[in-house]
Each structure stands twice: as structure tokens, then as C-alpha cells.
Design a protein around this ligand. Structure first.
Ligand SMILES: [Cu+2]
Length: 125
């Protein structure tokens, strides 16, 4: 008799613990400010800052739209080395350029104004 009531309370404690954990993980998913798939269609961002593309190399999946933002006061470009993707043209400070990569390949690019600025994007299936 005594043993079974101890077992009952142990079971009750176990259930209450489960409920606390379940409510905690529920709250986490509700308050997550950046759920996957809700990013405005832009899946990867690259900053152009201090005369560098960051990050580089950048690896993304096929179908990813990559967006570059020029943070420098100097103008820059995102220019494909071999014409495999459409180049940006002039980008002033604050300008954004985006391109959707639909074929798995390695894409190297540079800045048309500054020959030291080189970077690449690796698009994987
Ligand atoms: Cu540049």
C-alpha cells in the first residue's frame, strides 16, 4: 500500500516534469524571431566592406538568391570573372545587388574598380 502511493507520486512528478518541458519547447518555437523559410526570398547575404567580400568563399544550395550590399563609401561591383552570371554594374554605398543561382557550379567574381578584390560562390546541388 505504501509502496504503490510512492510510485504514484513518482509517476505524477514525472508527468509534471514532461509538461514543463513541453511548454518550454513550445515557447521557444513561438518566440523564434527568424524561422527558416521566412527571409523575404533572400537566402544568403554578402557584405562588401573594407574592400573585401565577406564571407568568401560562400557556399549555397541551388536556387539560392545571394544579395550583396556595399557598405563602403567607395563604389564597387560584383563582376563575374567569366560571364557565368550577370554582373552588378556600379554599386554606390548602401546599394544592394542580388542574383539567383540555379546551376550548381563554382562562380568566381571580382570588383571592376579594385583588382585586389576577388571572391567566389560555390553552388551545390
Ligand atoms: Cu571595389
Amino acid at each position: 500500500m505504501k509502496l504503490s502511493s510512492i510510485n504514484f507520486f513518482a509517476f505524477l512528478l514525472f508527468v509534471l516534469t514532461l509538461l514543463v518541458f513541453a511548454s518550454c519547447s513550445n515557447n521557444d518555437s513561438v518566440t523564434n524571431p527568424n524561422p527558416p523559410g521566412n527571409n523575404g526570398g533572400i537566402d544568403s547575404t554578402i557584405d562588401i566592406t573594407g574592400f573585401k567580400y565577406s564571407p568568401t568563399p560562400d557556399t549555397v544550395k541551388v536556387g539560392t538568391t545571394v544579395a550583396w550590399t556595399n557598405m563602403d563609401s567607395a563604389p564597387h561591383t560584383v563582376t563575374s570573372d567569366d560571364g557565368k552570371f550577370t554582373s552588378s554594374g556600379n554599386m554606390s554605398q548602401g546599394n544592394k545587388y542580388s542574383y539567383k543561382f540555379t546551376v550548381a557550379d563554382a562562380y568566381s567574381y571580382h570588383c571592376a574598380y579594385h583588382s585586389s578584390m576577388k571572391a567566389s560562390i560555390i553552388v551545390i546541388p
